[in-house]
Each structure stands twice: as structure tokens, then as C-alpha cells.
Design a protein around this ligand. Structure first.
Ligand code: MF3
Ligand code: CO
Length: 251
């Protein structure tokens, strides 16, 4: 499938979608307190999205029954918001949300934690976020997907962490997942060239131990093969002539 180039007007709709998502995260962050369950968080996310006259992108996607993915500790991504998945001191949780508005999706994830957490875990979360920024520093027209991937991978590995390989960043727009598939590891100069008007969801999934992952019997939850912790950070971005613009953070 070809990579879709969005018109300025389409980008405006994606921005609106992304701004709703950013506002949902502001509410979630305030409520992420000891004892809260993943189901309670998902209910909150659902209500907030609907309140903005938008639709949760994940609900109904390939039979998925929830408005978010909530992945705790060794869960990498696609964690189901079960009612007995509760966050207590020392736990970390990645919350992944998609919003559909004016015909366009936006997709973002953040990793939250309940204090206290060890320094090394704090570092994992920080490096995961930073590796996203390293990638988008390279997101300029004429650079390639490999340039972004290389920068992301180098940052994570230099700090002693590993990059999940079985799941990728991706194009996004009228569909939640569009071409191209963007590995979070790679080689400078390889892969397709970036062009103005392309929109991507860049989502590093970074592990403390091995990059190998497994899928649980619920067919959704992905966990680390060694059950060490994993963090996730994601934003929807647009390639402009001057570089990447983030569509899913408050501006
Ligand atoms: N943000 C996730 C991704 O890009 C989407 C979750 S899949 C769903 O992989 F089924 F939950 F929607
Ligand atoms: Co995504």
C-alpha cells in the first residue's frame, strides 16, 4: 500500500484529534494514584473521549473491547484493562490511547508510575521518552526511516536497555495503522525517504533485559520473555518542511 500524504486540511483534523488525546492524558495523569485499577482508568478514558465528541480508536479494532491498552510492569503493550489489574507503589504502567475525530486517528502512549520506584526504573522510563525525541530529531524530509530508527536504538542501547523488535511504529491517518511499518531499530540511510505531509505514530517499547517478547493466552497482552520491566512512549507526528511536529501533546 502506498504511503498517504496528508493535505494541510487533513493535518488540521489530525491535530484536533491529537489535542483531544492530549487532554485525555492530562485527566488520566491526575487520577493515576495507588490502588486504581486498569478498568477504572479505561472507563475514565472512554468517558473523556466521548465527552469531546470523539470515538476511541481501539474500541472494536480487530475485536478489541476496550478504549485503551494498559500494560503493567513486565507487560510491554496491548495489556487489557482488567478490573483486578491494580497499580500499587513500585508499579509502572503504560497507557496507550487512540482517538478518532473528523475522520482521522491519533495514537499516543505514556508510562506512569506509583512512587517509590528504583532509580533504574526511573531511568528506563526517561530513556524511553528520550529515545522518541532522538527519533523525531531525524524526522526531516529527505532523511529515511532508518535514520530515525538508528537514533532511537542507539540512545536506548547506549544506556543499557533493549529495543523490542517484534512490534513497530507505524503510519497513521484515516486508518489507525497505515504504511509504512517503522521498526524502532535499524540502519542509517535505509528505508523509505520521509516527505512533508506524512504522519506517523512513533512508539519506542524499551526493555530492561532482553528484547524478546511473548504473547499471553488472552491473545493480546505482550510481555517481556524474561519478565523484566518494559516502558512505552508514543506520539503521533507530522513531517513538515522544518522537521517533525508532535500532534498529541498540549500546545
Ligand atoms: N497503539 C496500539 C498500536 O499501535 C494499538 C493498540 S491495538 C488495539 O499497536 F487493538 F488495542 F487497538
Ligand atoms: Co501505535
Amino acid at each position: 500500500m502506498a504511503i498517504s500524504i496528508k493535505t494541510p486540511q487533513e493535518i488540521e483534523s489530525m491535530k484536533k484529534s491529537g489535542q483531544i488525546l492530549a487532554k485525555v492524558f492530562e485527566v488520566v495523569e491526575k487520577q493515576f494514584k495507588p490502588g486504581i485499577s486498569a478498568k477504572e482508568i479505561d472507563d475514565l478514558i472512554h468517558q473523556e473521549i466521548i465527552a469531546h465528541h470523539a470515538t476511541p480508536s481501539f474500541l472494536g479494532y480487530q475485536g478489541y473491547k476496550y478504549s485503551s491498552c494498559i500494560s503493567k510492569n513486565e507487560e510491554v503493550v496491548h495489556g487489557i484493562p482488567y478490573p483486578d489489574k491494580r497499580f500499587m507503589p513500585g508499579d509502572i504502567g503504560s497507557i496507550d490511547i487512540g482517538v478518532y475525530f473528523e475522520g482521522f486517528h491519533s495514537d499516543a502512549a505514556r508510562t506512569f508510575w506509583i512512587d517509590p520506584i528504583p532509580k533504574e526504573v526511573e531511568k528506563l522510563i526517561q530513556i524511553t521518552e528520550e529515545s522518541f525525541y532522538k527519533a523525531i530529531e531525524q524526522a526531516i524530509p529527505g532523511n529515511t526511516i532508518g535514520d530515525m530508527a538508528f537514533a532511537l536504538q542507539t540512545h536506548a542501547e547506549t544506556h543499557g536497555f533493549s529495543v523490542v523488535r517484534d512490534l513497530c511504529s507505524h503510519g497513521i491517518g484515516k486508518k489507525l495503522h497505515e504504511d509504512p511499518l517503522i521498526p524502532n531499530y535499524g540502519t542509517k540511510g535505509k528505508g523509505i525517504k520521509l516527505k512533508e505531509g506524512m504522519t506517523f505514530a512513533i512508539e519506542p517499547m524499551i526493555n530492561m533485559g532482553t528484547y524478546h517478547v511473548l504473547t499471553l493466552s488472552d491473545k493480546w497482552t505482550i510481555i517481556t520473555a524474561d519478565q523484566k520491566l518494559s516502558a512505552h512512549y508514543e506520539n503521533t507526528i507530522c513531517i513538515t518542511k522544518d522537521g517533525a511536529e508532535i500532534l498529541t501533546s498540549i500546545c
